[in-house]
Design a protein around this ligand. Structure first.
Ligand code: NA7
Length: 538
């Protein structure tokens, strides 16, 4: 390809979500030229894509937002846990204030990136050919952009409507749910939110559950406190906590206190709501099976108090925990458990009565029951973290292998600091594999990573280098650290997307930095102090 006529930028970005916008903002501060491409038609990344009924963030205001003063000083949220519509408006506001649009091309998805090691530049292409060349390529595609649809027997026999949560029709007012016979497969965060929206509207809702979601109470608040003068402190503070939230890490173990004190503490966590019972519980929650089960049994009791039919309650919150509490992502709910008290809502446990096949008008389960459905919603999740890289081809320095193919190999996915991979110079990602990512509040994780990344890029652009990439030994050691730490926790006990275990055939490995946000932040800071050891500059 003759690149002479292909426009040049210092930084080429794929993705117009929190990461892409932060990347442009940092680039501009330094006078670097940067451009975003996004396959969608507006800002928000995953929040542009996810418009299914009930889509709402499980992190709270004011930590779930950009730490850019021009943006937050001129914006007020209406809810503590905003829904996708408000978050989309927020992104429109971000653009209005920062004019990100002038550096963005929508409806253009980068399909391939190839590196020229003589010039040290990436060539980015879409299906129509070359778009730009750039020194630094940032695929900032989030951790959930490769949807997963299971292979169901006889699926094509089904004649009703099918929607994956990730493909919800644009600008839908949800009347699509009214008076329908809805079948919902999947009870992850997405499934739970869809149940809450569908139950009151559907003629009948059948929920096919494989693993109960150990949901926690959301506790919505209107116009949450937004003291802008305090934002810099709040946004700095979120980097110091396990999940990138604000509540401090609890250093007492479960059985250090009396049963009464424990109960009181857990009552208070439930009362305050959100992820507290998950992120700010006793220190041994993720490490000690017995302690974990104690928390689970408390959680179970709370669910049984709300669900009237004891058989249904037992399906939603069985005596034996389906997995250690918190090793799969709990969703935040408002009416989820109450919805099962409605006459038009039915829960099917597909472990006991698996889906046998589809027929023209629905699903047949192994017990012979025909479940009539005219709208099938698949909330079956994502090939998370590294899976997002399967949508496009990033070629290695020799042009012999793509990053996603390499990660599909026997070794699985390896990165240095959850930011880059050896063999793919001048290429960086945030909120991806082996960073705190899916175990953290997104903006907390991204702001730590962007801060680090641009300091690293300062070194590159200020030096006389062609390219740089992770050192193999450092990458190997980092991977080991991620794996070894996970082994000390209960996380490997669950078949979760955190472990890549939700996708048939995918290598099972910890895909997130499970030590948490604060240790990750420390690691990045130490590396800056050590003048960016572990990166080889050429
Ligand atoms: P999740 O959390 O991966 O949930 C997917 C759900 O789909 C989960 O309940 C799965 O059950 C279920 N599933 C997947 N395949 C099947 C089959 N074959 N049969 C029945 N049920 C199935 O995705 P979400 O979209 O809810 O959430 C994605 C992320 O977005 C989440 O982590 C948050 O950070 C925000 P399983 O649990 O595997 O038994």
């Amino acid at each position: 390809i003759n690149t002479a006529k292909v426009p040049y930028y210092d930084i080429g970005i794929l993705g117009a979500g929190f990461s892409g916008i932060s990347a442009i903002y940092e680039a501009r501060k330094r006078g670097l030229s940067a451009h975003i491409f996004d396959g969608q038609s507006g800002f928000g990344g995953t929040w542009y894509q996810n418009r299914y009924p009930g889509a709402r963030v499980d992190s709270y205001i004011p930590i779930y937002e950009l730490s850019i003063p021009e943006v937050y000083n001129s914006w007020t949220w209406s809810e503590k846990y905003p829904d996708w519509r408000e978050i989309r408006k927020y992104f429109e506001h971000v653009d209005k204030v920062l004019d990100i649009k002038r550096d963005t091309t929508f409806d253009t998805f980068i399909t391939s990136a190839t590196f020229n090691k003589e010039s040290g530049t990436w060539l980015l292409e879409d299906k129509n050919g070359p778009l730009i060349q750039c020194r630094i390529f940032m695929p900032l595609v989030g951790f959930a952009s490769k949807k997963y649809e299971p292979d169901f027997p006889g699926f094509d026999k089904f004649k009703g409507e099918v929607i994956h949560s990730n493909d919800w029709p644009e600008a839908d007012d949800y009347s699509i749910l009214d008076n329908r016979k809805i079948g919902l497969i999947g009870t992850g965060s997405t499934g739970v939110q869809i149940v809450q929206e569908s139950a009151p509207r559907a003629d009948h809702l059948t929920v096919f559950q494989r693993t109960p979601n150990l949901c926690l109470p959301l506790r919505q608040e209107k116009t949450p406190k937004q003291d802008k003068s305090n934002y810099p402190a709040i946004h700095a503070e979120r980097s110091k906590h396990p999940g990138g939230f604000l509540e401090k890490k609890y250093d007492i173990n479960t059985f250090d206190v009396s049963p009464e004190e424990r109960e009181k503490f857990w009552d208070s966590l439930f009362e305050k709501g959100g992820f507290l019972f998950w992120n700010n519980n006793y220190a041994d929650l993720f490490f000690d099976e017995k302690a974990n089960d104690e928390a689970y049994q408390y959680w179970r009791k709370r669910v049984h108090q709300r669900v009237k039919d004891p058989k249904v309650a037992e399906m939603l919150a069985p005596k034996v925990a389906p997995h250690p509490f918190g090793t799969k992502r709990p969703s935040l709910e408002r009416t989820y458990f109450d919805d099962y008290n409605r006459d038009n809502v039915q829960l099917v446990d597909v472990n006991k009565t698996p889906i046998k096949e589809f027929y023209e008008h629905g699903i047949v389960t192994e017990d012979g029951v025909k479940h009539e459905i005219d709208l099938l919603v698949l909330a079956t999740g994502f090939d998370a973290c590294d899976g997002s890289f399967k949508n496009f081809s990033v070629w290695n320095i020799e042009g012999t292998q793509t990053l996603s193919n390499e990660w599909r190999g026997p070794e699985g996915c390896s990165t240095w600091l959850g930011l880059a991979a050896k063999g793919y110079p001048n290429m960086f990602f945030t909120y991806g594999p082996q960073a705190p990512t899916a175990l953290s509040n997104g903006p907390s994780c991204i702001s730590i990573q962007m801060d680090y990344l641009y300091k690293l890029l300062d070194k590159f652009f200020n030096g006389n280098y062609t390219y740089f990439e992770p050192d193999a030994a450092y990458q190997k050691a980092y991977r080991k650290r991620v794996d070894d730490y996970a082994e000390t926790t209960l996380f490997p006990r669950a078949k979760s997307s955190y472990m890549g275990a939700n996708i048939p055939g995918k290598k099972v490995q910890m895909l997130n930095f499970s030590e948490g946000v604060a240790p990750y932040n420390e690691l990045c800071k130490q590396n800056i102090k050590a003048d960016f050891e572990g990166w080889n500059f050429v």
